[in-house]
Design a protein around this ligand. Structure first.
Ligand code: BYC
Length: 332
C-alpha cells in the first residue's frame, strides 16, 4: 500500500484553503507555505518584544500611579503577545531559542517602527494610539488567517491591542485638555509617530499606485500575491494602510491634534481620505537602519536575554527534577 502522493497532498491542502478551513500543525503543507507563515510569525513576535522598549523607557517616569499601572500592564501585554506568537511558531517546527538567536544576530527583522526613540511622556500615548492602532488594522484580518495557531493567537492579541489604542488615546486626550505646553507635547509626539506608523507598520506597497517606485512595489507585490493566495493575508498592505488613515483622521479631529500631512483630505469619489505618498526610499533606508537607536534596541534585548539565563536554567532543572521524581514514583 502506498500513501498519498505529493500531488494528492497538495490537492488536499488547496481544497482545505478553498473551503475556508484552517491548516493545523499536523496537516501536510507545502514547504513554501510553512516558510512564509513562519517568516511572518517570527517578524511579528520579534516586533512585539522589541516594541516593549520605547514605552518601557517611560515606566519609571510615568506622571501618576494610575498611568504607571496602565503602562506597565500594556508593556507586559506586549511580552505576552510575543509569548503566544513564539509558541505558534513552535507548532511549525521552529525552535524558540533559534528564533531569538536569529533576532539577536540581526538575521530576522522586527518592525523598524520601533527604531524611533520615545522622547517625551506623550510618546507613550502616540505609540499606543498610532502604532497599536495600525497593528489592530493589520492584525484583525489575521484572526482569520489560514494557519490555525496563528489565527487563534491573533484573537487574544487583537482584544488587548484594541484596549491599548484606547489607553494611548486617553493619554493624549488628557494632555490635549491640559496646558498649552502639554498640548504641544502631544502634537509633537503625533508629528513624530505618524509616518513610522503609516509607512512601517503595513510593510511595502503592493502597487505603484501609492507613489511607490517600481522596485519597492515589486518587493511588496510578489510577497502579497503569494501570501493572499495561501490565505495568510486577506488584504494588501495598501488597503490596510488606507483603512488606518481613514480611522485616524476623525479621531485626530476629536483629539484636536493635526496629523502631519497637508495632503490629507476627504475624497468623495473614492470614499476615502487622500494622503501623501510615502517616501519609499526612506522606507528602504529604515529597513537597513544601523542607527544608534536600532543598535541600542538589539543590545538591550540581548542583555535582557543573557540576564534571564538563570531563569531558563532553573526551569530546565526543575523540569528534569520533576521528570525524575515522576519516574521514581511510577517504578513498581
Ligand atoms: N520593518 O515581505 P515584505 C505591535 C521586511 S508589534 C522591518 O514584502 P510584507 C506593537 C519584511 O520582513 C506587531 N522590516 O513585507 C508592539 C521582508 O524582510 P525579509 C507588528 C520590514 O510581509 C509594541 C522585507 O521587508 N505587526 O503591534 O508584505 C508596541 C520585504 O517586505 C517591515 C506585525 O508584525 C518593517 N516595517 O509586510 C506597540 C504584523 N516591513 O523577510 C505595538 C504581522 C517589511 O525579506 N506582519 N519588512 O528579510 C505583517 O503583517 C507583515 O510582516 C508586514 C510586512 C506587514 C509587517
Amino acid at each position: 500500500m502506498h500513501g498519498p502522493s505529493e500531488d494528492d497532498l497538495h490537492a488536499h491542502f488547496e481544497a482545505l484553503l478553498a473551503a475556508g478551513r484552517q491548516i493545523e500543525p499536523r496537516d501536510w503543507m507545502p514547504d513554501g507555505y510553512r516558510r512564509m507563515v513562519l517568516r511572518q510569525i517570527a517578524q511579528h513576535s520579534h516586533s512585539e518584544i522589541i516594541g516593549m522598549q520605547p514605552e518601557g523607557a517611560w515606566l519609571t517616569r510615568a506622571p501618576s500611579l494610575h498611568r504607571k499601572a496602565s503602562l506597565l500592564a500594556k508593556v507586559q501585554d506586549e511580552a505576552g503577545h510575543g509569548l503566544y506568537l513564539y509558541a505558534a511558531a513552535e507548532t511549525l517546527g521552529a525552535d524558540r531559542a533559534n528564533l531569538l538567536d536569529a533576532l539577536h544576530r540581526g538575521h530576522q527583522r522586527y518592525a523598524a517602527t520601533f527604531n524611533h526613540p520615545a522622547l517625551t511622556w506623550a510618546d507613550t500615548g502616540a505609540i499606543a494610539w498610532l502604532t497599536d492602532g495600525a497593528a489592530v488594522v493589520n492584525q484583525a484580518p489575521l484572526c482569520h488567517t489560514s494557519y490555525g495557531p496563528y489565527a487563534r493567537a491573533m484573537r487574544r492579541v487583537c482584544q488587548e491591542e484594541a484596549f491599548h489604542v484606547r489607553q494611548g488615546y486617553d493619554v493624549l486626550w488628557s494632555l490635549c485638555q491640559g496646558t498649552p505646553e502639554q498640548k504641544e507635547m502631544a502634537q509633537d509626539a503625533v508629528n513624530r509617530w505618524w509616518l513610522p506608523a503609516v509607512a512601517l507598520m503595513f510593510g511595502p506597497p503592493d502597487t505603484a499606485a501609492g507613489g511607490a517606485d517600481a522596485r519597492t512595489a515589486a518587493m511588496g507585490a510578489a510577497v502579497s500575491r503569494r501570501s493572499m493566495a495561501w490565505g495568510i493575508k486577506q488584504h494588501t498592505n495598501d488597503e490596510l494602510r488606507q483603512r488606518f488613515v481613514d480611522n485616524c483622521v476623525p479621531q485626530a479631529e476629536r483629539l484636536g491634534v493635526t496629523l502631519p500631512d497637508p495632503a490629507i483630505r476627504w475624497n468623495e469619489e473614492r470614499g476615502h481620505y487622500d494622503f501623501s505618498a510615502v517616501d519609499w526610499q526612506q522606507f528602504r533606508d529604515e529597513l537597513a537602519d544601523d542607527s544608534a537607536c536600532a543598535r541600542q534596541r538589539l543590545a538591550h534585548r540581548v542583555a535582557a536575554h543573557e540576564n534571564g539565563a538563570w531563569v531558563r536554567e532553573a526551569v530546565d532543572a526543575y523540569a528534569a527534577y520533576s521528570a525524575a521524581h515522576r519516574a521514581r514514583e511510577e517504578t513498581p
